[in-house]
Design a protein around this ligand. Sequence first.
Ligand code: XUL
Ligand code: CO
Length: 439
Amino acid sequence: MSQSIFSAFPTVKYEGEESQSELAYRYYDADKVVLGKPLSEHLRFAVAYWHSLAMNGSDPFGGPTLQRPWMLDGDAMRAARSKADAAFDLFRILDLPFFTFHDRDVAPEGDSLKDSLKNLQMMGDYLAEKMSTHKTKLLWGTANLFSHPRFMAGAATNPDPEVFAWSATTAKHCMDLTKRLGGANYVLWGGREGYETLLNTNMAQELDQLGRFLTLVVDYKHKIGFEGQILIEPKPKEPTAHQYDFDVATVFGLLKRFDLQDKVKVNIEANHALLAGHSFEHEIATAAALGLLGSLDMNRGDPLLGWDTDQFPNDFRAITMAMYHVIQAGGLGKGGLNFDAKVRRQSFEPEDMIHAHVGAVDLCARAFLVAAKIVEDGRYAQMLKERYSGWQTAQAQSMFKGELTLDEIASATEASEINPKPRSGKQEQLENFLGRMIL
Ligand code: XUL
Ligand code: CO
C-alpha cells in the first residue's frame, strides 16, 4: 500500500472528557445512543475532498503554502491517485462515515470534454476500489461548474448555449458517478449562476435557463433511478456580485416557479447564511418551515470580513441552536454535516488538518448533545407552545384553517368584546434559560 502524508497518524478515538490527548474525540462517541439512535446516525459527518485535499493555501495576495506531494507531481492522473490515497488515509484517521467531492477535486481536467470525462471515469473506478476496502461512504457528489474560465459568465445561466450543454453533460456524468458510488445526495452550487453587472445581463432569460437546468437534473435523477436527494446550496454572492440562489427563501421561490419544490432540497452552509445577512439557525429554520431541509455544510466566516473564509466551526452557541432546529425538523434524513472548511494558510502541516477536524467534530457532537438535552428537558418547547396556545381555540382554528372569510372574521370580531393585551416576548428569560442549558 502506498504511503501518504497522513499514513503515519493513528485513527482518532473517542476517549471522553478526561482525555489528555490533543487528537482524541472528547464528545463524539459515535455509538452513543441519543434520542433513539447513535450519534453517528444523527450527525453523518463528512470530510470535504475539496477543502482538505485540493486546497493549497493560496489567497489573492500569496501563493500556495500547503505543498502537498500530489500538487507537485507533473503527471495529473498519477497525482489524482496519490491524492485519493491520502484522502482515504485521512478518512481512516478521522473515522467519520462520509466524504464529499467535486469532479475536479478527484479527477484532473483534460484537453477536451471527452478527456475530462474519461479522467473522471478512471478516477471513479479508483474511488470505487478504495471504497470497497474502506468504510467511508459518499454523502454527496457535485460538479465544479465554476473554476474553469469557460464558466466565467455562468454554467446553466451562461449567455452561450454551448456552455449550458457542456455543463449539462458534466452534471450528467457526475450524477452517474455519484449514483455508482452510492452517494446519498447530489449537490448543485451555482458559483457563477448570477451576475456581476446587470448592464450585460438578461435576468429573465438566465432564470429560465436555470429552471431548465434544474428540471433536466431532476428528470435525469428519476430516469437513472438515483435514490439520493438533489440539493441546491444557497449563497448570496461571491464569486458573483449577486447569485440567483441567494438564500433558502430565494431558492424556495425559484423552485416554486419551476414546480420543483417537492423534488429538490437545500444544502445550507453556515457562512453562506452569514453572507446573506442571516444566522445559520435562521436558514435551517426557514428550510424546515418550507419542507426543504436537506444537508448542512459546517464552516464559519469571520464577521469582520465580508467574504467566505471557510473556517472550521467553533461557535458553540450558534451550532447548538443550529442542532436544536435540526432535531426539531426531524433530523437531516439523507443529509449530514459536511466540513466544507479549510485550514488556514499557516496550518500547512498534515497534523493541522487532523486537529481542525477533531475540534470541529467534537464541537458539533457536544452542541448536538446539548440540543438533545434541551429537547428532552422540554421546558423551552413548552414556553414556545404556550406563546401560541391561543390558536388552539375553536374560533382561532376556524380562522387558521380558512373556514372563515375576511368579512366573517370581521363581523364575528366586531360582535365580540375582544381587546388583545400586549404580552411579553420573554426574550431575556429565554436567553438566560438557554444560556444555562448551554453552559
Ligand atoms: C462554495 C461551496 C462549495 C459547495 C459545493 O462556497 O460551499 O464547496 O459546497 O460546490
Ligand atoms: Co459549501
